[in-house]
Design a protein around this ligand. Structure first.
Ligand SMILES: [Zn+2]
Length: 496
């Protein structure tokens, strides 16, 4: 037999084998089968082509090729489609309004009800099958968990705050359901309410209060005033005590920090995650160029392996007060009900937006709100780029909604955050990983979530386009699988 004949024979054998394999497709007769799809999952070096995934009881039970749904199984055709893990947004505030201010909520309870009904659906529609709330009240937890269709909700319970400090400027009576999770900070003793006994508000007690509410993490606020104000804040020694208490209870410690000093404090306390990017440092607030001190603290974070949520939308979302073009974004109709969008475009909505802008203008030191906001947005981008260069471990979190106004709509704000990362030069594979497996690992959820592997929960997204080719692929989500149940994206739109 010549080499050529041998080659031909082998070729024929391989051909025959491939042919018989096509007939030897295994029929799956239980559960749901996603057939012939391209699997893109962060633990894989390359996509798995023509894959078939079997889902039963909410879990991925098989992943391979050459499987086909039989008559008793549900079948989803994945031909020409991409399957990725459900996204995780590890920085949200589900109960805060991202569209209506207090006056609008009082005047239009029906708009508030329509808005609230859409919030959990909006997160799902933009692919977020798991969300982490960093400062969750029991009433918001009950509300969100009680909605008919919602992402998995994890939380840090109530964030740990100091009286008269950020997010705790006014302390309601102890009997109020809105009473915050306070900690006694000896260095800010002058602000401590006389009616409260410091012994009830140790770091240990604050952490245990968060854990009692079912938290998987704890958030502590180190914020002296964004370079503009001079608020009491959590100092490093107290933060270290919180660190010790979270370690004992196996809770993840997240620190709200936006400045060089507060990043240092989070590093010194060996926190697990810094819950914001870096945009505050001493000196001219209008200057966007990061000083050496910013580069140094980012290098220190990289060296320590500190995980960072850059939250570029925290400041970028404030742009909507000046530039309302987000109201014309067709994707807004997936995030907000039509009636709420109509309100935001109405004379009353414009009036509310202008009033808010005036407040921000009045509160801003020179050179004024607009230049300061532009500088802050530039700063978050510039420091994010340094983080990318230094290979700081990045976690995806959108901080929805960061503040007032409609610049951080539920779900869509996460999509905008994905865009911000891509625009700043983050590789698409890094973005996907940060929003899935890295978040799951950082929060202790990777046994269940974050990748497409046998045994994990079947939280999946079916996309028309490839998210490793263009970030706009996240606009092409067709089906969201939540705990194995397929939901058409179109079905998640609000209609009233
Ligand atoms: Zn936040």
């Amino acid at each position: 037999m010549s080499i050529r004949m041998l080659a031909n024979t082998l070729g024929a054998l391989i051909f025959l084998h491939a042919g018989s394999a096509a007939y030897a497709q295994r029929v799956v007769n239980q559960g749901l089968v996603i057939e012939n799809v391209t699997v893109i999952s962060p633990e894989r070096v390359a996509p798995l082509l023509h894959a078939d995934i079997v889902i039963r009881d909410g879990r991925i039970v098989e992943l391979g090729t050459n499987m086909v749904a039989g008559p008793h199984a549900r079948r989803v055709d994945g031909t020409g489609r991409f399957l990725i893990p459900g996204l995780i947004d590890s920085h949200l505030h589900v109960g805060h309004s991202a569209a209506l201010d207090d006056d609008a909520i009082d005047a239009h309870p029906e708009l508030w009800a329509a808005y609230r009904a859409q919030v959990p659906r909006a997160y799902l529609a933009f692919g977020f099958t798991s969300v982490v709330d960093l400062d969750l009240t029991p009433s918001d937890q009950a509300w969100f968990g009680g909605t008919p269709l919602h992402p998995r909700l994890y939380s840090c319970g109530r964030g740990i705050k100091v009286p008269a400090g950020y997010m705790a400027f006014n302390i309601p009576p102890l009997s109020s359901p809105n009473f915050p999770n306070l900690v006694y900070e000896p260095k800010e003793a002058e602000h401590w309410p006389k009616s409260l006994s410091p012994g009830d508000y140790t770091a240990e007690r604050a952490v245990s209060r968060a854990q009692d509410s079912g938290a998987i993490c704890v958030k502590a606020f180190v914020e002296s005033g964004f370079g503009t104000f001079n608020w009491p804040y959590l100092h490093t020694e107290t933060l270290q005590k919180i660190r010790d208490a979270t370690r004992e209870r196996k809770l993840v410690l997240m620190v709200h920090a936006t400045s060089v000093d507060s990043w240092r404090s989070a590093l010194d306390a060996h926190a697990d995650i810094i819950a914001h990017g870096l945009w505050v440092w001493p000196g001219d607030l209008g200057n966007a160029v990061p000083p050496q001190a910013a580069s140094n603290v980012i290098a220190a974070a990289a060296h320590a392996g500190m995980r960072i949520q850059p939250t570029l939308q925290t400041v970028a979302g404030e742009r909507a007060m000046i530039d309302p073009s987000l109201l014309e974004d067709p994707r807004l109709a997936i995030a907000l009900p039509p009636a709420v969008i109509a309100y935001l475009r109405s004379a009353d909505g414009v009036k509310a937006r202008t009033a808010l802008l005036d407040e921000y203008r009045k509160a801003s030191p020179p050179p004024g709100f607009e230049p300061l906001l532009s500088a802050a947005i530039e700063r978050t981008r510039a420091t994010f780029k340094i983080m990318l260069q230094d290979h700081v471990p990045l976690l995806f979190g959108s901080d929805t909604p960061a503040g007032e106004g409609f610049g951080n709509p539920p779900g869509l704000n996460g999509r905008l955050e994905l865009q911000d990362w891509a625009n700043a030069g983050a590789p698409l594979s890094l973005i996907l990983r940060a929003a899935t497996l890295d978040n799951a690992n950082a929060l202790g959820l990777s046994r269940e979530l974050g990748s497409i592997e046998v045994g994990k929960s079947a939280d999946l997204l079916l996309l028309k386009d490839n998210p490793l080719e263009n970030v706009s692929a996240y606009d092409s989500i067709e089906t969201i699988f939540l705990n194995g149940e397929p939901i058409a994206r179109e079905a998640l739109r609000a209609h009233n």
